[in-house]
Design a protein around this ligand. Structure first.
Ligand code: AMP
Ligand code: ZN
Length: 119
């Protein structure tokens, strides 16, 4: 059994658990959060299993950059208003004390009109 066998987001990437897809390419998948904090709330995850930002190395810089550069584009496509009056929040919880519940790296992208359910 590999580290990824019990990983929720690996199963979503593999299509074994359904998700509402926002974007997909060879490297990443973006899908709507099942319990949104904001009118727009989706997650950007790498297709390869990386547990958290604590495991990221310089070798992953192109992947991390790709994920971050997707955020503003997908936020607008999903209905966030443009900067500066609109905008969005990018959050990456890391580790238990960092509030991470799913241990497969993901960037939360949240936005839309206030108030939000949380955050
Ligand atoms: P974190 O607490 O940063 O690890 O965030 C994990 C996020 O995954 C939470 O916001 C959950 O609502 C979300 N989540 C959990 N299960 C699913 C699922 N099956 N599909 C989409 N999002 C999920
Ligand atoms: Zn995983």
């Amino acid at each position: 059994m590999s580290a990824t066998d019990n990983c929720l987001f690996c199963k979503i990437v593999a299509g074994q658990i359904p998700s509402r897809k926002v974007f997909e390419d060879d490297e990443v998948l973006a899908f709507h959060d099942i319990n949104p904090w904001a009118p727009v709330h989706f997650l950007i995850v790498p297709k390869q299993h990386i547990a958290s930002m604590a495991q990221v190395t310089a070798r992953d810089a192109p992947l991390i950059s790709h994920m971050l550069l997707l955020a503003p584009r997908l936020a607008l496509e999903q209905g966030c208003s443009p900067y500066p009056d609109g905008g969005f929040r990018i959050v990456t919880n890391t580790g238990t004390q960092g509030g991470q519940e799913v241990h497969h790296l993901h960037f939360h992208v949240m936005g839309g009109p206030r108030p939000w359910a949380r955050g």
